[in-house]
Design a protein around this ligand. Structure first.
Ligand code: MN
Length: 130
């Protein structure tokens, strides 16, 4: 089994697509629909990477990233934000809140997994065509 990845995403279609793509490459995926669930799962399942939506109920992705990065349990887990906000201000905020990477929605199914894999401490996907 390859690395475990936590996706925090409230949009079912996005969660489904991102999960589908990652599982296709053999990753184990855990999904959360809001920040409370996401923070709880991050501490419990210790994912190798977190895919983080920014616009979420309860608390936004910036707040989630700040909390993940201030907890000793989760601070070393790389976070890649995935958001439809395309403005530079948001990108700066995302990086300032502690995320290692940034991807824009809609995600590109051709490159989604390989872009994420760049932030994984473990082995990248083998690049096989589906
Ligand atoms: Mn959202």
């Amino acid at each position: 089994m390859k690395a475990r990845i936590l996706i925090i995403e409230d949009n079912e279609q996005n969660l489904y697509m991102e999960t589908f793509l990652l599982e296709k490459y053999g990753y184990e995926v855990v999904g959360a629909r809001d920040g409370r669930e996401g923070l709880e799962l991050a501490a419990r399942v210790k994912p190798a990477l977190i895919v983080l939506d920014i616009q979420l109920p309860l608390m936004d992705g910036h707040e989630i990233a700040r909390r993940l990065k201030t907890s000793p349990e989760t601070r070393d887990i790389p976070i890649v934000a995935v958001t439809s906000y395309a403005m530079n201000k948001d990108r700066e905020q995302i990086l300032a809140s502690g995320c290692e990477g940034y991807m824009e929605k809609p995600i590109n199914p051709e490159t989604f997994v390989s872009e994420l894999a760049q932030h994984l401490p473990t082995s990248p996907p083998n690049g096989d065509e589906p």
